[in-house]
Design a protein. Structure first.
Length: 220
């Protein structure tokens, strides 16, 4: 089931989050040169990749808990549906691993052995893998690894858990140290509070417009 309003709001949530992050970096003079722009882009990519890695770790816990809490007749159905989401996880990890392995120093001998045509083929494969991975990272953060294929109530729950984990990770790693304390606290807490509100709204909309709740999803 696709709800265009929910999907649009999820996309806007992601876009506005990036805009707010760029605004914060510029406002507090984290960007003053071309090198800073590159560093900022690299930092944002690292954060997005970290989000995906946290999501990969959180995914089996939340989905496993959801499946275990469901009635026996539904567990097999949800586990079968989870294979699609698991496939999305494997595809992203494989695409990142392909480019990293192909360009690793340990693969220099293989690159030399295949000659120029082989190097061109490897280069094209790496470009495709990186592009696929970046596209997949974006989709995974917006659509939460297609977990709506398991059940429509799973994405808002998983997104809410993920965003609080990322906020905790920012606190532990000391992210945004160049930003004053009050602004840093607002920015770190802004994402989880906003996503939690969006997740609540999405669950409420699913209940009101489609009759879907966590309780009936579990067969309780």
């Amino acid at each position: 089931m696709e709800d265009p309003d929910v999907r649009r709001l999820q996309l806007w949530r992601t876009v506005l989050g990036i805009v707010a992050w760029v605004g914060l970096m510029v406002t507090y003079k984290a960007v003053v040169s071309a090198d800073d722009v590159k560093a900022m882009a690299d930092d944002r990519l690292d954060q997005s990749w970290s989000s995906v890695l946290v999501l990969v770790c959180t995914f089996p816990v939340v989905v496993g808990g959801f499946t275990a809490a469901a009635r026996a007749g539904l567990r097999r159905v949800y586990l079968r549906r989870a294979l699609r989401s698991f496939g999305a996880v494997v595809a992203i990890m494989a695409s990142m691993g392909t480019s990293a392995l192909a360009m690793a120093p340990e693969s220099a001998g293989l690159r030399d052995a295949v000659g120029l045509p082989g190097k061109i083929a490897i280069g094209v494969l790496c470009l495709w893998s990186v592009g696929f991975a970046l596209y997949g990272i974006g989709l995974s953060l917006v659509h939460v690894f297609r977990t709506a294929d398991i059940h429509e109530v799973v994405p808002p729950v998983l997104a809410g858990v993920l965003v609080w984990e990322m906020a905790l990770l920012d606190v532990v790693t000391g992210a945004y140290t160049q930003v004053p304390g009050a602004a840093r606290a607002v920015f770190i807490l802004g994402a989880p509070l906003t996503v939690t509100a969006l997740s609540w709204w999405e669950l409420r909309r699913l209940r009101r417009h489609h009759g879907l709740t966590i309780r009936n999803a579990l067969g309780r």
